[in-house]
Design a protein around this ligand. Structure first.
Ligand code: GUN
Length: 281
């Protein structure tokens, strides 16, 4: 058996075409969706991500602004910029690119963003709403994963989902979203014992550990759906957290890197920004 590849790039393109129409309808009503991005410091990967987010906005007609701040700014200065954007009626979404320099509290920054403009879905109020299953901004990468699986008609009800990774951005919320879809969810992490024994029970295995080629065939139940959230660079080449060559013959479905989950993250950010613009007022 060899896995069917889940094409995130194609789904992202389809969704963005639909969003383009939605944005142009909003513009006709005088509403131009606006996303404000704040970038602190010189992190090369962050610069690339921020540029991609702005380009994606431009392509579908979302207005975007960029505030670049040196890594010497104080937490107070960053919080003041967030306050300014919270009060700017032309801005529907605020995104502070993470990570931040060590002297700035990421949690304080996340909590300063108005929950109504938190298109990353990181504010504790929005995380709480996600947990209780209320309508809210969902974190973009987990949201993109669920959308990809739904597009492939993969069922969640009663399925055993095993998540490797427990970050606030991906691991924890992706498990929560699939729990909301009636899956049975197990979390594994760096302190988990007998990892392959547990991951091999997963009907759906979601890998978000940030280590190149970490998951091999010994971790995967034959016929499992495997979602690779990793983006790593090895010898200048992009690769995921899953060893593609080992896992592709074993899995039923697999997300490739690049072209899998990655393009969906920005797509769901655009989605959240449009939803926020619709709720203006
Ligand atoms: N850094 C890595 N991923 C993300 C993300 O989804 N949002 C923000 N703001 N920063 C990130």
């Amino acid at each position: 058996m060899s896995a069917t590849l889940l094409n995130g790039k194609k789904l992202a393109e389809k969704k963005r075409e639909e969003m383009k129409k939605e944005v142009s309808a909003l513009r006709e009503k005088g509403i131009v969706p606006g996303l404000a991005v704040i970038l602190v410091g010189e992190n090369a990967a962050s610069k690339v991500y921020v540029r991609s987010k702005q380009k994606a906005c431009e392509e579908i007609g979302i207005h975007s602004t960029l505030t670049e701040m040196p890594d010497t700014i104080s937490e107070q200065e960053l919080l003041q910029e967030i306050d300014r954007l919270n009060n700017d009626a032309s801005i529907d979404g605020i995104l502070v690119q993470l990570p931040l320099p060590d002297h700035i509290s990421e949690q304080a920054v996340i909590e300063r963003i108005s929950p109504a403009k938190d298109v990353d879905g990181f504010h504790p109020i929005n995380i709480g709403k996600m947990m209780t299953g209320e309508d809210t901004f969902l974190p973009c990468t987990p949201f993109g994963v669920v959308e990809m699986l739904k597009e492939a008609n993969i069922e969640f009800e009663g399925k055993h989902v095993v998540v490797i990774g427990r970050s606030n951005i991906v691991g924890k919320p992706v498990g929560q979203l699939l729990l909301n879809e009636n899956a049975t969810v197990t979390y594994c992490h760096s302190r988990t014992r007998n990892l392959p024994e547990i991951t091999k029970q997963g009907d759906i295995l979601i890998v978000a550990v940030g280590k190149a080629n970490f998951v091999g065939e010994e971790h995967v139940k034959p016929g499992a759906v495997v979602v690779d959230v990793g983006i790593n660079r090895v010898d200048g080449k992009l690769c995921g957290d899953v060893d593609f060559n080992q896992v592709e013959p074993v899995a039923s479905y697999l997300t490739p890197v690049p072209g899998g989950v990655g393009p969906m993250t920005i797509t769901m950010l655009l989605h959240n920004t449009i939803q926020s613009a619709k709720q203006r007022g």
